[in-house]
Design a protein around this ligand. Structure first.
Ligand SMILES: Cc1cc2nc3c(=O)[nH]c(=O)nc-3n(C[C@H](O)[C@H](O)[C@H](O)COP(=O)(O)OP(=O)(O)OC[C@H]3O[C@@H](n4cnc5c(N)ncnc54)[C@H](O)[C@@H]3O)c2cc1C
Length: 437
C-alpha cells in the first residue's frame, strides 16, 4: 500500500508494481482532473518544473511519457538555450545541454496518475485518509486504519505486506514510528521562511517576446527572486518569492505584477503586459527545508517506509523536489530487486544517497544568503564569494555553465565544478573584491 498520491506516491506505486502482486494507492483528496490544484497539494498553484534528470526517470518508468506530455501541450525547453537564468547576479551562458519539462503540477500529476492507473495490478482508494498504522506485535506494520476525512466512524483496516508513507512533508511516518514505540528519526532543519505568490496567465503564441523560461535568483543583497515559465498550451506562470516575512511578495492583483517589474527582463515584462490572467494570485509559505534521518535509526519495524517529501523536503526555489522523489522510487525498485528482507534499512540508506547532493547543494546555496538564519557570517560570506565567482565564470565560460547546470538539474555530479578547467575559470573571477561585495 502507498499512502499519498503526489508525485512521490505515484512513483513509489510504479516501483512496487513490479514486485508485489497488488498495490493499493490511498489518497485523502478526491480526484479532480480540471487542471486546478487540489487541497492536499497546495504547492500545485506555483511553478513546478521537472529537471531533465526527473524527466529521464519518469521516461524510464513509463516509456514515451515525455513525448506524450509534449504532444498534449507541455513545454519542453532546451536548457540552457531557451532559458534565461540569472544566479547570484550573473546570467548563465546559453549552451545547449538537456531538456526541462515545464508544466503545471496538476497537468503533470493527472498524466502520471493515468499512467499508474493503466498498470494491471493497482487499485486507487481516493477520498480515504490514513489515520494510523496497525502493527500486530509491534515489530511489523501489517496495515493502516483508514477513514473518510472527518468521518472517524467510517474506519476500516486495510492490510498490507508493505506500507509506504508518501504523505508529504508533514512527517506522519515519523509520528507513526513513535506511536509504535520506536524512536522518531532526528531532523535536520534549515529555516528559510520563503513566501511564494503566483499567478497564471494565457499568452497567445504571437504575443510572446521572451524565452520559454526566466529564472532570476535571490542574491545576498536582494532577498527575492522570481520564475516565469511557459507551461502547457499557452499558459504561463509567474511565481515570485522572498526570504523572510518582510520580503514575501504581495498577493494582491494590484501589487503582484508591478512588484515583478524590477526583476523581469524587458521582453518578459512586455509579454506579461498583454497576458490574460487565468487565476487569482495565490500565496504559499515554505518555512524550512527538512531532512529526516531514518537511515540513522537503530531499530525500525518491518513493513513501513517513508519516501518523497516525508523523507527530505528541499527549499522549492531550487526546483528539485519531484526529481528527488522520483530518484527515491528508483532506489526502492533497486532494493526490492533483492527481496524484502531488511527492506526499510536498505531503502533508507539508498534514499539518503539519492537526496544527499540535492540537500547539500540547496542548503549551501541558502547558507550563502545572509538573511537565512543559522550560518555564521564569515561562512556565509565565504560561500557567497564562491557562488558569485562561479556564476560569473558561468556567464562567460560554457564549461562552467554546463557544470553549474548539471549540478542544479541533478544530471551530473557537482564534482565537475572542481575540475581544473572549471576551477581555473572560477578562480579568475575570484578576488577580494568579488568576495566582499
Ligand atoms: C511552492 C513550491 C514549489 C515547488 N516547485 C517545484 C518545482 O519546480 N520542481 C520540483 O521538482 N519540485 C517542486 N516542489 C516540490 C514538490 O512539490 C515536492 O517535492 C513533490 O511534490 C514530492 O512530494 P510528495 O509526493 O512526497 O508529497 P506531496 O506532493 O505533498 O503529496 C502528498 C500527498 O499525500 C496526501 N496525504 C497527506 N496526508 C494523507 C493522509 N493522512 N491520508 C491519505 N493521503 C494523505 C496529500 O493529499 C497529497 O496528495 C515545490 C514545492 C513547493 C512548496
Amino acid at each position: 500500500m502507498v499512502v499519498g498520491a503526489g508525485v512521490g506516491g505515484l512513483c513509489a506505486v510504479r516501483a512496487l508494481s513490479e514486485s508485489f502482486t497488488h498495490v493499493t494507492l490511498v489518497e485523502r483528496d478526491t480526484v479532480t482532473t480540471n487542471g486546478t490544484p487540489r487541497r492536499g497539494v497546495p504547492q500545485g498553484a506555483h511553478v513546478h518544473s521537472l529537471t531533465s534528470r526527473g524527466a529521464t526517470v519518469l521516461e524510464e518508468f513509463f516509456p514515451g511519457f515525455i513525448d506524450e506530455l509534449s504532444a498534449e501541450g507541455a513545454t519542453v525547453a532546451e536548457a540552457l538555450g531557451e532559458l534565461d537564468i540569472v544566479f547570484f547576479g550573473s546570467r548563465l551562458r546559453r549552451v545547449p545541454l538537456d531538456r526541462v519539462v515545464q508544466v503545471s503540477r496538476p497537468f503533470l500529476e493527472d498524466r502520471l496518475r493515468d499512467k499508474v492507473r493503466a498498470l494491471p495490478n493497482i487499485t486507487f482508494r481516493h477520498g480515504m485518509e490514513a489515520v494510523g498504522p496497525v502493527a500486530g506485535d509491534g515489530t511489523r506494520v501489517t496495515g493502516v486504519l483508514l477513514s473518510r476525512p472527518g468521518m472517524p466512524e467510517s474506519g476500516e483496516v486495510l492490510d498490507a505486506d508493505l506500507v509506504v508513507d508518501a504523505m508529504g512533508r508533514a512527517g506522519r511516518g515519523a509520528t507513526w514510528l513513535k506511536a509504535l514505540g520506536y524512536e522518531k528519526p532526528s531532523e535536520t532543519r534549515l529555516g528559510v521562511d520563503v513566501g511564494y505568490a503566483s499567478r497564471r496567465f494565457r499568452v497567445a503564441a504571437d504575443a510572446v517576446r521572451t524565452d520559454k523560461g526566466v529564472l532570476i535568483g535571490a542574491t545576498p543583497a536582494r532577498p527575492r527572486g522570481l520564475v516565469l515559465t511557459r507551461q502547457e498550451n499557452d499558459l504561463w506562470v509567474l511565481s515570485q518569492y522572498g526570504f523572510g516575512r518582510r520580503n514575501h511578495p504581495p498577493a494582491t492583483h494590484e501589487e503582484f505584477l508591478p512588484y515583478a517589474q524590477e526583476l523581469l527582463p524587458v521582453g518578459a515584462w512586455e509579454t506579461l503586459q498583454d497576458a490574460e490572467p487565468v487565476t487569482d494570485v495565490t500565496a504559499f509559505t515554505y518555512p524550512a527545508s527538512v531532512r529526516r534521518d531514518f537511515h540513522r535509526l537503530r531499530e525500525l519495524p518491518d513493513g513501513l517506509l517513508s519516501t518523497g517529501d516525508a523523507l527530505c523536503s528541499l527549499n522549492p526555489i531550487y526546483g528539485a523536489g519531484m526529481t528527488v522523489a522520483a530518484l527515491e522510487a528508483v532506489a526502492l525498485r533497486a532494493c526490492l530487486a533483492d527481496g524484502t528482507r531488511d527492506l526499510p534499512r536498505r531503502f533508507y540508506k539508498a534514499a539518503a544517497r539519492a537526496s544527499y547532493l540535492p540537500w547539500l547543494f540547496s542548503t549551501m546555496a541558502d547558507r550563502a544568503l545572509p538573511f537565512v538564519p543559522g550560518t555564521r557570517p564569515v561562512v556565509a560570506r565565504a560561500l557567497a564569494a564562491s557562488f558569485r565567482a562561479t556564476m560569473r565564470a558561468a556567464s562567460a565560460d560554457a564549461h562552467v555553465a554546463a557544470a553549474v547546470w548539471n549540478a542544479v538539474s541533478l544530471t551530473g555530479s557537482p564534482s565537475a565544478l572542481a575540475r581544473p578547467r572549471v576551477l581555473a575559470s572560477v578562480l579568475r573571477e575570484w578576488s577580494p573584491r568579488t568576495g566582499s561585495r
